[in-house]
Design a protein around this ligand. Structure first.
Ligand code: ADP
Ligand code: MG
Length: 215
């Protein structure tokens, strides 16, 4: 178990942080936000954006692992930094990007960060895959195949999106108007042989995650 965690942390080394592009934007600066109308968060305030380059699959997994750590409570000095004992303040993370961009791969790393060692299958057909761990619930959505709000309600998502649960949502665009808006949005795009992850805070909670992630 330890060797696995160490392996993931070793992978964190090749992550190369691009010149931290910090965009402070006021709620009134709608011009910058409206360029992203496909997003369900278009009306939300964009607080800050940072980008990171991910060389390969291992870097995406390591970034997901680090993202998990950035959602963990650190109120007690004795609390474990990661793993099944980790507690969270919860949050909603939207993962955007084309098919094959790395959304599920990132989620795999995220779940490792909470000590989940089993398989992480894509919820393409089930729409949601629940991970009810010792100290927190993580729900991994893929709304690609979602066609109407009834289908969404059928999932009983109200409970899933309750604080302090953690929700990672692929293709939130397909649930626009039904799925709750994000605290943090991560847009993955192919860059050369790797990926760029552009992370935007859309709430105070999202800002906390972003600071922990890049701070
Ligand atoms: P999505 O969920 O966005 O459709 P997946 O995570 O299922 O995408 O698949 C992503 C694919 O890209 C996988 O084949 C994975 O190995 C690869 N991949 C993930 N991250 C990177 C990266 N940083 N650089 C290159 N390839 C990557
Ligand atoms: Mg996927």
């Amino acid at each position: 178990e330890m060797s696995m965690v160490t392996g993931v942390q070793t992978c964190a080394l090749p992550i190369f942080y691009r010149s931290a592009e910090v965009e402070q934007r006021a709620m009134t600066t709608l011009s910058s936000v409206s360029s992203n109308q496909a997003s369900p968060d278009a009306s939300a305030a964009l607080l800050e954006t940072r980008s990171v380059f991910l060389d390969d699959e291992a870097a995406t997994i390591a970034f997901g692992y680090k993202l998990a750590q950035s959602t963990q409570r650190r109120t007690h000095a004795t609390a474990p930094a990661a793993g099944l004992g980790a507690e969270t303040a919860g949050g909603i993370i939207h993962l955007q990007g084309d098919l094959g961009a790395g959304k599920t791969t990132l989620t795999r790393g995220f779940l490792r960060g909470y000590g989940h060692e089993g398989a992480v299958k894509s919820p393409t057909y089930t729409l949601v895959e629940p991970y009810e761990l010792a100290h927190c619930n993580i729900y991994h959505f893929d709304l690609y195949r979602l066609s109407d709000p009834e289908e969404f309600e059928y999932l009983g998502t109200d409970q899933y999106f309750e604080s302090p649960n953690l929700c990672l949502v692929e293709w939130a665009e397909h649930g626009a108007g039904w799925a709750p808006s994000a605290d943090l949005r991560i847009e993955l795009s192919e860059t050369d042989a790797g990926r760029t992850a552009r992370c935007s805070a859309l709430s105070q909670r999202g800002s906390e995650m972003l600071s922990a992630l890049f701070g």
